[in-house]
Ligand binder design. Structure first.
Ligand SMILES: Cc1cc2nc3c(=O)[nH]c(=O)nc-3n(C[C@H](O)[C@H](O)[C@H](O)COP(=O)(O)OP(=O)(O)OC[C@H]3O[C@@H](n4cnc5c(N)ncnc54)[C@H](O)[C@@H]3O)c2cc1C
Length: 379
């Protein structure tokens, strides 16, 4: 299914991504899952292979592609079953923030390092007391001469252990709500008062270093503010979130397709009552439903990608893609796991990991309830 109407350029990129995941990631996935983190060097290897920052122009060290290249990479990562590597945040979220809102100086300073893997990026929005209600973040960034002094705590931050560049959501004006929010870049390895907390234990995505972060009088130059004045952070987040949500929807569709593919293979092989599992009408009907849902989801996500490439993907449409595809991903993973019987519950079978990994898709990037709120407001 992948790559049916793709340009030659995207086909070549897909091929190189596929080979990279097979060669550099698949042999290590089990160990990464056990260790709770990917090897730091995978970032440098991906950078050397030209796979980081695919949609960043080559003048800043990127691959000079578009969101379509990022999409290819996301699909190939899911296809290879490499759950933990947080490149979708690094290349698909933080680098585009820098490209869109960064000053020329910021872009020249950080984008080439993100593209080479010298720096790993994270985005730190969520706090222990504030997730969905983003404008209520408590982290403060107080102006002191030509510096910001940052205080507060973040949690659930993807790439939290490896990140050397963190895009932080903080209040430059704590008296204000959304208007007091700014995005500030923090060079995590250069500043004092920055501390990485626990690499959190999760029910899925074990290889992803989802972490707590602590900021205790962290001083950064005012030049690290994203945008030309304070208070633009909430607008910047709202403008970029449709793309982040589409990234999650792309992951969801690729996961559904993979689940169907491996379940079809298993049910052709496994026998019960003298027949292949696929010869039972229930198996065929369940897989027919899953395949239909994956195909319908694929079609909508392709449509959303086209809209995004034309700068026309709005908040509501992206929210529809995010909630619906992730809901279907969870349902498909569950139905497919059922067809594996007891083996589906065993960690050595990929479907079990696909089931546990699917669950968070309905939570991060804005919960599916918040997605429905966004759609509901436009009715
Ligand atoms: C593995 C993982 C990785 C993550 N990565 C990152 C990251 O890199 N960076 C980052 O900043 N964050 C990250 N997050 C955080 C994630 O975005 C938040 O968990 C999410 O936004 C929900 O916030 P919360 O956990 O505080 O839940 P809450 O906001 O407390 O919500 C709890 C429940 O209440 C519901 N709810 C809340 N408000 C409403 C409402 N208005 N109407 C109806 N229902 C409502 C929610 O839908 C949810 O069901 C990650 C989370 C996980 C689990």
């Amino acid at each position: 299914m992948f790559g049916s109407a793709e340009s030659e350029d995207l086909k070549i990129f897909r091929d190189s991504a596929r080979r990279f995941f097979e060669r550099e990631c698949v042999p290590h996935v089990e160990r990464w899952e056990r260790e709770g983190i990917v090897d730091r060097e995978i970032w440098n290897k991906a950078g050397a292979a030209g796979l980081l920052c695919a949609m960043i122009p080559d003048e800043y060290g990127g691959a000079g592609g578009t969101f379509a290249h990022e999409k290819v990479l996301i699909e190939e990562q899911v296809r290879a079953g490499v759950g933990g590597w947080g490149n979708a945040v690094h290349s698909g979220i933080v680098a585009p923030y820098l490209l869109r809102y960064g000053s020329e100086e910021q872009k020249k300073k950080w984008l080439p390092k993100l593209a080479s893997g010298e720096l790993v990026a994270a985005i730190a929005m969520t706090e222990p007391g504030t997730g969905s209600d983003l404008q209520s973040v408590k982290m403060t960034a107080k102006l002191a001469g030509n510096q910001y002094v940052i205080n507060g705590q973040k949690t659930f931050i993807t790439n939290g252990q490896h990140a050397g560049l963190v895009c932080v959501v903080a209040k430059t004006d704590p008296k204000e709500g959304a208007k007091g929010v700014s995005l500030i870049m923090v060079e995590a390895n250069e500043v004092e008062g920055y501390r990485r907390g626990r690499n959190l234990e999760k029910i899925g995505h074990h290889a992803q270093d989802t972490s707590e972060l602590f900021f205790d009088d962290v001083r950064v130059p005012t030049a690290n503010l994203l945008g030309d004045r304070e208070g633009l952070g909430f607008i910047q987040l709202m403008q970029q979130l449709p793309q982040e949500r589409l990234v999650i929807a792309i992951q969801a569709v690729a996961a559904m397709e993979r689940a169907v593919e491996i379940t079809v293979a298993y049910t052709k092989d496994r026998k019960a009552f003298g027949k292949r599992l696929l010869d039972f009408q229930n198996t065929r009907f369940k897989l027919a439903e899953c395949k239909t849902e994956a195909t319908v989801a694929r079609s909508f996500v392709e449509h959303c990608t086209e809209l995004l490439l034309q700068n026309k993907l709005d908040v509501q449409t992206a929210a529809m893609a995010k909630w619906w595809t992730t809901q279907k991903q969870c349902e498909v993973a569950d139905e497919c796991l059922q067809l594996f019987g007891g083996y589906g519950y065993m960690k050595e079978y990929p479907i079990s990991r696909m089931w546990t990994d699917s669950r968070v898709q309905k939570i991060y990037g804005g919960t599916n309830e918040i997605m429905k709120e966004l759609i509901g407001r436009s009715l």
